[in-house]
Design a binder for this molecule. Structure first.
Ligand code: SAH
Length: 403
């Protein structure tokens, strides 16, 4: 599949459709294609040329996708071969080594798809294991090469695949492979350290690849705000924010999620860090109901974390999702004592930073409170966003003081 000649088949763009690509955007949408090449294998490498035939980019091809080409390189002297992929992964690793303290943190995203010049590929490190996720056909074709390079560069004990992602359907893929791809089977729970906080990661059944690595910096920020406070962690999953709050000497941390297996791991994770789970209740409930219950019982908190799953996946659903975000944030704001801190996140790509800010404004107004934002974050450093690829921004997290 990888070839070492530079005579790649050509995808010819419609007139003027090269502009965003020349700025570094990594996607060719089907509407931009004037002429498809003949006889290219699905997932094969193609050149993208403008209407006049000038080279624009080189990438992998899938005519069945609404994004028929994803760009791998903008350098026409660069061959897409083993050396190319190795260089890309090395560059990604260098960024993580420069920005993440390897002595205190051994769980992070090694490759973040388009952001690292390898569209459709996710590689997460959990201590001595790696988890890969292939979102596209083009990356699937390169998978064995990628696994070989990861073994060569990182010598993991094992590499596990979690390609059970819906986005593969859009690529015309009908299989969702999961399981061991190389080395040893990971244990039921891989023990990782994140800023010296310990967590057990279930890469087989966990959400995403097992952990929400994108919230690392926000969890660490919460630790600094937690001393002597009563904290409510809504949509807690395996207790990421809860463990940091207890580390920050919170008086009491209540963790709420609708998933019992996730809550079992909160208890496990508290114990791993030598905290007493009896002192920090875990509650299996729908967050919306639980917040109503607290209001009825006049149960207030000094800090509330609200980190729900994405409420919106399509443009059309934005108004409804916006209302749901406002209602949720309003309920949380109403439960905060004066001077309390709202930590609110949205991982819906369709809701941009400004819209999320406005959502919190509407929630504050509806609750009759003022909110001062003291911190705002995108996803952590291991999920960087190229300025030419604004679609790569998805997580927003605001810390606001409520009074
Ligand atoms: N903050 C977490 C990640 C949250 S993921 C961390 O840092 O690790 C979102 C979580 O919300 C999932 O665990 C899911 O089970 C839970 N969830 C989704 N809808 C819910 C609802 N209505 N009520 C309670 N939990 C919900």
């Amino acid at each position: 599949m990888l070839r070492d000649t530079l005579s790649y088949p050509r995808v010819i763009l419609r007139r003027g459709k090269e502009r965003r690509l020349l700025e570094g955007h990594p996607w060719v949408f089907s509407g931009a294609v004037g002429q498809h090449p003949d006889g290219v294998e699905r997932g094969g490498i193609v050149d993208v040329v403008d209407f006049a035939g000038n080279f624009v980019a080189r990438g992998y091809y899938n005519p069945e996708s609404s994004i028929p080409v994803r760009v791998l390189s903008q350098d026409d002297s660069e061959t897409i071969d083993v050396g190319f992929i190795r260089k890309r992964i090395e560059r990604a690793l260098q960024l993580r080594k420069a920005w993440i303290d390897q002595k205190t943190t051994n769980a992070y995203r090694v490759v973040h798809g388009e952001s690292d010049g390898l569209p459709g590929l996710i590689v997460d490190r959990y201590a001595d294991f790696l988890v890969i996720q292939c979102h596209t056909l083009g990356i699937e074709v390169l998978r064995d090469t990628i696994v070989e390079i990861l073994n060569e560069l990182m010598s993991p004990t094992g590499i596990w695949e979690r390609s059970d992602v819906g986005t593969r359907r859009v690529e015309g893929l009908t299989n969702f492979p999961t399981g061991l791809v190389s080395g040893e089977e990971p244990p039921d729970l891989i023990e990782i350290s994140e800023n010296r906080a310990l967590f057990g990661i279930d890469v087989r059944r966990g959400q995403k690849t097992g952990f929400f690595l994108d919230q690392r910096e926000n969890r660490a920020a919460l630790q600094g705000f937690s001393r002597d406070r009563e904290v409510l962690n809504c949509f807690c999953y395996t207790g990421g924010f809860s463990v940091y709050a207890v580390r920050g000497k919170a008086k009491r941390v209540v963790s709420v999620d609708e998933s019992q297996p996730a809550l079992d791991l909160v208890v496990h994770n508290l114990e791993m860090n030598r905290f007493d789970p009896q002192a920090h209740p875990c509650i299996a409930a729908n967050v919306f109901d639980y917040l109503k219950h607290c209001k009825a019982e006049k149960q207030y908190f000094d800090a509330i974390v609200v980190d729900p799953p994405a409420f919106v996946k399509t443009q059309r659903a934005i108004p409804q999702a916006t209302r749901a975000y406002i209602s949720l944030n309003r309920k949380a704001i109403e439960l905060l004592r004066p001077g309390g801190i709202l930590v609110t996140a949205s991982c819906s790509t369709q809701i941009d930073y400004e819209s999320f800010f406005t959502i919190v404004k509407h929630a504050a107004t509806a609750a009759g409170k003022t909110v001062q934002i003291v911190r705002s974050h995108l996803q952590s450093v291991d999920q960087p966003v190229p300025v030419s690829f604004p679609e790569g921004r998805y997580l927003k997290c605001l810390f606001g003081i409520v009074s």
